[in-house]
Design a protein. Structure first.
Length: 489
């Protein structure tokens, strides 16, 4: 039964009148680190259309993910829960049926809901399709039965290779445009768009491949198979690394152009004026800043710092830049607040509306809690981190590990790139470590107290597990340890 708060939209719809509430477009760009967007100060002009959205709305300078890989971070986005709490932290888990997701809340609130996904970890088997009237696959290497089967993801050995070589932005644009043309104009819609092309491998079309690379330099390296290619390492020629990063930037520009095409389509259909557009990412990407490449290995800012840009013509002031910290779990409460739809009581994030509209630009500074959980027979690693306005703590909580209880702490005011740990004495003396321990206890208690329907494990056969290991999704060896460097100050 609809609640009283939701009756007015239903009455308007029955009478054929247009619902005055805003449309919502949520765009998640896989593997996009914030500091490679022009609007975040990057020197290369990678993102003119996203930058235009930022200039017309609000940009959060310090937004962070809950983790450094796709599956749990998107689940945090959809549930407003930390990874331990929503429970989807490894490759064989799906969301508990009792959890309420963003599309479910908006669907219950009278919204027409549609999602378009382009990467393998957004398939319905994990629980992402719940609450969508339409949830549309924008790649060809998995069959409908494979993506819908809750008990078998259905990866074939070559499917992740196919995903890394796939080009999906044109199809996303085509499918989204077709849906926009057909959707009702009298009912507000929620549109989720997941864009994959920025994810490795970096294979932008020729026009974009040369846009940010040195035309006088010709690399002799094969830069394909980014994650497993031994030639791509922290000792590679700096010119090769710069060329690789140029290709990554080309993928950003290519994706940005297709976001622009979607926005142009909305404008041509008269859908822009009362539409909230939010652009974000699930995690960033490392290029050996701390000795690693890609993501899903650690919790440094290059893999946690994500863009968060929100535009709503006439409702959000132009050119707002928010310096307060924000988390990916804040996105769901924010969009529901702006739409006038109640947040589920289990949501752990907070609405950022007071920071956006200026009613409370001095909101208490949020603590950013992130974690990385890797569990397999060969490999276990649990990392947890907290980020205060001044300090960043990364803590090893891997059970039965020789490194259990060890960590590093950085003074972000003096060392924003997290290059020099303050040392063991500072680690145990700094309040941030106490706050991290308090957060770990709170998150674990929440996870244990949350009502659950039962196991929703996703079963992987041995060939699938082997393929994931070969591609780096289930690591076969321990990643490099964080080396503490003495504080020179």
């Amino acid at each position: 039964m609809a609640t009283a708060a939701l009756m007015l939209p239903l009455i308007l719809s029955a009478c054929g009148e247009k619902d005055p509430r805003p449309n919502i477009v949520l765009i998640s760009i896989d593997s996009l680190r914030a500091d490679h967007l022009s609007s975040y100060g990057y020197g290369r002009k990678t993102s003119p259309r996203i930058d235009q959205l930022a200039s017309k709305g609000a940009l959060f300078e310090k937004a962070f993910s809950t983790t450094s890989w796709t599956l749990p971070s998107h689940m945090a986005l959809f549930t407003s829960m930390y990874d331990t709490v929503h429970g989807v932290t490894t490759h064989d888990q799906a969301l508990d049926p009792l959890r309420i997701t963003l599309p479910m809340a908006l669907q219950e609130g009278g919204y027409n809901t549609a999602g378009f996904y382009s990467g393998p970890y957004l398939i319905p088997a994990f629980g992402f399709g719940r609450g969508f009237d339409k949830y549309i696959k924008c790649f060809d290497y998995m069959e409908p039965g494979e993506v819908d089967n809750k008990h078998s993801i259905g990866y074939k050995p070559d499917q992740h290779h196919a995903s890394h070589n796939d080009v999906t932005s044109p199809r996303i644009h085509q499918e989204v445009s077709r849906w926009l043309e057909r959707t009702s104009k009298n009912k507000p819609f929620f549109l989720f768009v997941h864009m994959w092309d920025v994810h490795y491998d970096y294979l932008p079309p020729a026009e974009y491949a040369t846009r940010f690379t040195d035309p006088t330099y010709r690399t002799t390296l094969d830069l394909s198979s980014f994650e497993t290619n031994p030639a791509i390492n922290d000792k590679m020629d700096p010119r090769d690394l710069d060329h690789l990063i140029g290709l990554y930037d080309g993928e950003i520009a290519y994706t940005d152009d297709h976001i622009g095409k979607i926005l142009d389509k909305m404008k041509s259909l008269g859908l822009s004026e009362n539409t909230i557009v939010l652009v974000t990412s699930d995690h960033g990407e490392a290029f050996f800043e701390h000795g690693t490449k890609g993501h899903q290995k650690d919790l440094f800012d290059e893999v946690l710092h994500i863009p968060l840009i929100i535009s709503w013509p006439g409702k959000i002031e132009e050119g707002v830049r928010v310096s307060s910290q924000a988390s990916i779990i804040d996105i769901m409460p924010t969009l529901l607040d702006l739409a006038g739809v109640p947040s589920p009581p289990e949501a752990l994030g907070r609405s950022l509306k007071p920071l956006i509209d200026g009613t409370d630009r001095e909101m208490d500074e949020a603590l950013i809690f992130s974690e990385l959980t890797m569990d397999s027979v060969q490999y276990r690693r649990h990392l947890r981190s907290i980020r205060t306005p001044q300090y960043k703590v990364i803590y090893n909580t891997t059970p039965d590990s020789k490194d259990f209880g060890k960590g590093v702490i950085f003074n972000l005011k003096k060392d924003p790139k997290e290059l020099r740990s303050m040392g063991e004495g500072a680690f145990f003396a700094t309040e941030a470590v106490t706050r991290l321990n308090d957060m770990i206890k709170k998150v674990d208690e929440l996870a244990n107290a949350l009502p659950k329907k039962g196991s929703e494990d996703v079963q992987l056969d041995d060939s699938i597990k082997d393929a994931l290991k070969q591609l780096g999704y289930i690591p076969q060896a321990d990643p490099p340890e964080v080396k503490e460097k003495p504080d020179k100050e």
